[in-house]
Design a protein around this ligand. Sequence first.
Ligand SMILES: [Zn+2]
Length: 44
Amino acid sequence: MVVQTKRDDTTWYECETCGLLFDEKSDATEHESRCDGSDPSYIQ
Ligand SMILES: [Zn+2]
């Protein structure tokens, strides 16, 4: 889930799964759709 946070007049979008911050909501949403912190599947 992407969480919107505001720091110093700047809005950030945080990936709730891994805690990464993005300044573009589209970037956060795209990341979040691929982020699976609770069930890592990067290893192939
Ligand atoms: Zn993430």
